[in-house]
Design a protein. Structure first.
Length: 214
């Protein structure tokens, strides 16, 4: 396990925007690498992007964004920390990677959620966790949804264990929030599946985290 942060960036139809997001990460951090998580049906569209020291590519399910993120983490399993951004967002605050690592080190057994500050509200949109967290929980992004609500799952589990919310100066992400394909239908479907997770699995996973923190 290395001490760097893997930033998962699911991207679709916007290769140039994804590169701009990557460059914003490079400008504001030293201990983070980006993994662009691209649908396998868009290999040609993203084929001109060349991997380099801090940029990697991963191709996975076109429909299941959460599955693509989790599969990329499994493939690139050597990192000590994992988090996300999207291709219509940019890193703004310099040194955010230091803040993430410092906060996670403060959590008992490194189990907890470090949440970026962002312009859409006070809730978790961009959670960062340790490799240990993923080992206890079993995944980074809740696999019971496909695109939405998984970050709220991270917030719920963070509230039950440890959670830190960044200030704008510590770790800010500016998110344009450009709605993608089938936003309404996909969000409604995932909201229903999120509710089922809350009712049937939330309590057991919260207890598992609390036990691991002892």
């Amino acid at each position: 396990m290395n001490g760097r942060i893997a930033v998962l960036c699911p991207t679709r139809n916007r290769p140039d925007a994804a590169i701009d997001t990557y460059l914003s990460m490079v400008r504001t951090s030293t201990d983070a690498d980006m993994i662009l998580c691209v649908g396998s049906d868009q290999k040609e569209m993203y084929g001109h992007i060349v991997e380099e020291d801090r940029l990697k590519m991963f191709y996975g399910s076109p429909e299941n964004v959460v599955g693509r993120i989790n599969a990329a983490i499994s493939f690139y399993g050597e990192y000590g920390y994992y988090g996300t951004i999207v291709d219509d967002a940019k890193f703004i605050a310099p040194g955010w990677d230091v803040w993430v690592k410092d906060k996670i080190q403060e959590f008992p057994k490194r189990l907890g959620v470090a949440s970026a500050h962002h312009n859409n509200g006070p809730w978790v949109n961009f959670p960062y966790v340790s490799k240990e967290w993923i080992g206890v929980v079993g995944w980074y992004a809740c696999p019971h949804v496909l695109r939405f609500c998984w970050d709220t799952v991270a917030e719920i589990l963070g509230d039950a264990s440890s959670i830190a919310y960044a200030t704008e100066d510590e770790f800010h992400i500016n998110h344009e929030w450009l709605r993608g394909e089938d936003y309404v239908g996909a969000s409604e479907r995932d909201a229903k599946n999120f509710l089922v997770w809350c009712v049937t699995q939330r309590r057991d996973l919260m207890a598992k985290l609390k036990e691991a923190m002892r």
